[in-house]
Design a protein around this ligand. Structure first.
Ligand code: ADP
Ligand code: MG
Length: 601
C-alpha cells in the first residue's frame, strides 16, 4: 500500500494547533469563557483563579445553560450556536462565532463543564482531558454553566514553560476581567484569586461602574464624551489633559461592547490631545463605539481583538472631533481639596484586598501628586448660583476654535487681584480664589498667537533703535539659516552679516525691552532641546520655543492692568487650562474648601 504523504490531521492534533492562536495564556481562557457567559445572557458571573490561572480557572454564570447533546457538541471545533450561515458573519451580535474556543481550551488543559438549562431537572457534568472525553455524569445545579479549566498547557510543556509568574498572569487576567466589567455595568461580577475576593460588583449604571473601578478621585479627572448620529455613537470618558498617564494601560476601546484595539482610533484620540499633554504621557480614555454591525468586520483576528471598519476615515474624523469638543468644553481647573482620610468615597462597591493594593500598577492610576493630604478634585460644583464662576472658568460649547471662555468683565474687573511673589496671580472669583501661574499663562497666549501668525502669515514687529550684532556658534548659525523664514513670520528682522554673525534690527512686539539680544540665542537653544526630546513639527517647535522664551517669567513684577490683561487674554485662548507642554495654568481654591479647613462647616 502506498503511504500517503498528505493526511488530514486528527481532531485532537488540529485543535492543539488551533489552540496556539486562541489560547496564549490564562487570560485568553478567561476572556473566552467570559465571552461565552455574556453570549449566554448571564446576569451574574464569577471568575475564580488560582496561581494566576495557571493552576485553575473557573467561570460560573447564570446564563441559558445547555442540554447534554449541546454540551458535548460545544467542545468540537467549529461547533457554535451563534452563526449558521456565512452571511451571519456580516452582522455579528455575539462575542463568539468561530466555535473554536472550547475545543482549543480543552485540547491543552483538563476541563470540566457543568451546565443546566431552566427546563432540565439536573445538570450535565462533562469532563475532557487534553481533548479526550473522560466522563459524563449528572449533578444538581441552578440554571447556568460552570467551566473549570485546570493545569493549562499541562500537555504542551513548551507552552507551559513560557507562562510568566503567577503575579504577571494574574495581572493579565485582571485586565481581561476589567474589560468585561467595564462594558457590562448591568451585570454583577465577582473575581476571586487564590481565595481572596479581588472585587465584587453589583449591577448599576455606567457611571456607577466607573466609580467602582476607578474610584471617586480618578473620576474627577475625567470628562464625559457623548455623541450620537444616525450611523454611529460614541460614549464614554476621557482624561483631562492634566491627567496624563505614564503608560497606555488606561486606554479602553469597545466596539459594540467588544473590547478591541484599533490603531486608527487610538490615533484619532491622540490627535485631539495634541499640544495638550506633557511629553511622554498618554491620555486616559474609555470609549464605546456603537455602529451597525454590518459596517464592521470583527473576523480579522483569531482572538477577535481587532476590528475593521467599513469607513475608517470618517470614523477617525468623528472620534477626533468628538474628543476635541469634549476637551474644549470640559472643566479642566483642578481645585485644591483635602482627602477625607483613607476611605475613598464612592469606591464602596469594589472591595480591594491587601494584595490588590500591593500589586502596583494594576488599577492604580497615576494622577498629579501634590502635598500629602492634598488632592485635586472637581472644581466647580454643579449648583445654581455658581453661574459667574462657571462662566469664567468653563469654555462654552462648540468646536475648539470657537470655544472661548466668556470672561465676565464686570466680575474680573470689579474683583480684587494680587501678585504673589512675582510669580502667581491671585484673583477673587465668585466662590473662591483663582490662582494663575503667570509664566505658563503667558506662554499659552503667545503660543496660540504665534500659531495664528504662521497660519495667516500676518505679523508685526518693532524696529530696534540700535540694531544688535550677534555672534553665533557654527551650529546655531546653520540652524538659524534654516529657521529664518519662521523667525521672520514671528516678527524678527534678521540680516545675515557674515560668518556666524547676524544683525537683529526688529523683534516681535511681545519681546521685552532689553532682552532683544539674548532672546535669539535662547530660542535656538530651546528649539534644539525640544527637538531632542520628541521631534516636533518645525513650526510647532518654533512656536513653543518662542512662547516659552518670550513669555513673562516667574520673578517679573506686573502692574494691575497687566495682570488683568493677562487673565482676559488667557481666557480667550482655546485651552486656558494647560500650557503647550501640558502643565496646568489655573488652580481654583473654592471658598467651601477654605471654610472646611478653618472648621467653618
Ligand atoms: P463560540 O463562542 O465561538 O460559538 P465556543 O467554543 O466558545 O464557540 O463555544 C461553543 C458553543 O458552546 C457556543 O456557541 C455556545 O452555544 C455554547 N456555550 C459555550 N459556553 C457556554 C455557556 N457558558 N453557556 C451556554 N452555552 C455555552
Ligand atoms: Mg466563545
Amino acid at each position: 500500500m502506498i503511504q500517503r504523504r498528505v493526511k488530514v490531521l486528527p481532531a485532537h492534533i488540529a485543535n492543539k494547533i488551533a489552540a496556539g492562536e486562541v489560547v496564549q495564556r490564562p487570560a485568553s481562557v478567561v476572556k473566552e469563557l467570559l465571552e461565552n457567559a455574556l453570549d449566554a445572557g448571564a446576569r451574574s458571573v464569577a471568575v475564580i483563579i488560582e496561581e494566576g490561572g495557571k493552576k485553575l480557572i473557573q467561570v460560573v454564570d447564570d446564563g441559558l445553560g445547555m442540554d447534554e447533546t449541546d454540551a458535548v457538541a460545544s467542545f468540537q471545533r467549529h461547533a457554535t450556536s451563534k452563526i449558521s450561515s456565512y452571511e451571519d458573519l456580516n452582522a455579528i451580535m455575539t462575542y463568539g462565532f468561530r466555535g473554536e474556543a472550547l475545543a482549543s481550551i480543552a485540547a491543552v488543559s483538563q476541563v470540566s463543564m457543568k451546565t443546566r438549562r431552566e427546563e432540565d431537572e439536573v445538570a450535565v457534568v462533562f469532563q475532557i482531558d487534553g481533548g479526550t472525553q473522560v466522563s459524563l455524569s449528572r449533578e444538581g445545579r441552578e440554571r447556568g454553566t460552570t467551566v473549570t479549566v485546570k493545569n493549562l498547557f499541562y500537555n504542551v510543556p513548551a507552552r507551559r514553560k513560557f507562562l510568566k509568574s503567577a503575579n504577571t498572569e494574574f495581572r493579565h487576567v485582571y485586565d481581561a476581567v476589567q474589560r468585561a466589567v467595564l462594558s457590562f455595568p448591568e451585570m454583577s461580577f465577582r473575581f476571586i484569586s487564590d481565595g481572596d475576593t479581588i472585587f465584587q460588583l453589583q449591577e448599576g449604571t455606567m457611571e456607577e461602574r466607573m466609580l467602582d473601578v476607578f474610584g471617586q478621585r480618578q473620576m474627577e479627572h475625567l470628562l464625559r464624551v457623548e455623541e450620537t448620529t444616525d450611523y454611529i455613537s460614541l460614549t464614554g470618558f476621557i482624561g483631562k489633559p492634566t491627567f496624563g498617564q505614564k503608560t497606555k494601560a488606561n486606554q479602553f476601546l469597545f466596539l459594540n461592547r467588544r473590547p478591541i484595539g484599533n490603531r486608527n482610533i487610538n490615533h484619532a484620540v491622540f490627535s485631539a490631545y495634541e499640544h495638550l499633554l506633557t511629553k511622554g504621557s498618554y491620555p486616559f480614555f474609555l470609549l464605546m463605539i456603537d455602529v451597525d454591525p454590518h459596517r464592521v468586520d470583527v473576523n480579522v483576528h483569531p482572538s477577535k481583538m481587532e476590528a475593521k471598519f467599513e469607513d475608517e476615515q470618517s470614523i477617525y474624523r468623528f472620534v477626533s472631533t468628538v474628543v476635541r469638543k469634549s476637551l474644549s468644553t470640559g472643566d479642566h481647573v483642578p481645585a485644591l481639596s483635602v482627602t477625607g482620610g483613607k476611605g475613598e468615597p464612592g469606591s464602596v462597591g469594589m472591595k480591594f484586598t491587601e494584595r490588590q493594593h500591593s500589586d502596583a500598577g494594576i488599577s492604580d492610576l497615576d494622577f498629579p501628586t501634590s502635598e500629602p493630604g492634598l488632592s485635586f478634585r472637581r472644581a466647580i460644583p454643579a449648583m445654581p448660583g455658581d453661574a459667574i464662576a462657571r462662566q469664567l472658568l468653563v469654555p462654552t460649547a462648540g468646536p475648539p476654535t470657537q470655544a472661548h471662555v466668556a470672561v465676565d468683565r464686570e466680575e474680573t474687573h470689579a474683583s480684587l487681584i494680587w501678585q504673589l511673589h512675582n510669580k502667581y496671580i491671585l484673583s477673587q472669583v465668585k466662590n473662591g480664589l483663582l490662582v494663575v501661574d503667570q509664566h505658563v499663562a503667558h506662554e499659552r497666549i503667545l503660543y496660540e498667537r504665534t500659531l495664528q501668525r504662521f497660519e495667516n502669515a500676518i505679523y508685526s514687529s518693532q524696529q530696534l533703535l540700535f540694531p544688535e550684532t550677534i555672534q553665533l556658534t557654527p551650529g546655531e548659525y546653520s540652524l538659524m539659516q534654516e529657521l529664518l523664514p519662521h523667525f521672520e513670520l514671528l516678527g524678527f528682522g534678521i540680516r545675515i552679516f557674515g560668518k556666524n554673525t547676524v544683525i537683529i534690527d526688529a523683534v516681535p512686539p511681545d519681546v521685552k525691552v532689553g532682552s532683544e539680544s539674548t532672546i535669539l540665542g535662547e530660542l535656538l537653544a530651546v528649539y534644539q532641546e525640544y527637538q531632542q526630546h520628541s521631534p516636533l513639527e518645525v513650526r510647532d517647535n518654533v512656536a513653543k520655543s518662542y512662547s516659552c522664551k518670550a513669555a513673562i517669567k516667574a520673578g517679573d513684577s506686573l502692574t494691575e492692568q497687566e495682570m488683568r490683561n493677562l487673565i482676559d487674554q488667557l481666557f480667550a485662548t482655546r485651552m486656558p487650562y494647560v500650557c503647550p507642554h501640558g502643565r496646568p495654568i489655573v488652580l481654583k481654591i473654592p471658598l467651601d474648601e477654605l471654610d472646611r479647613r478653618f472648621g467653618r462647616t
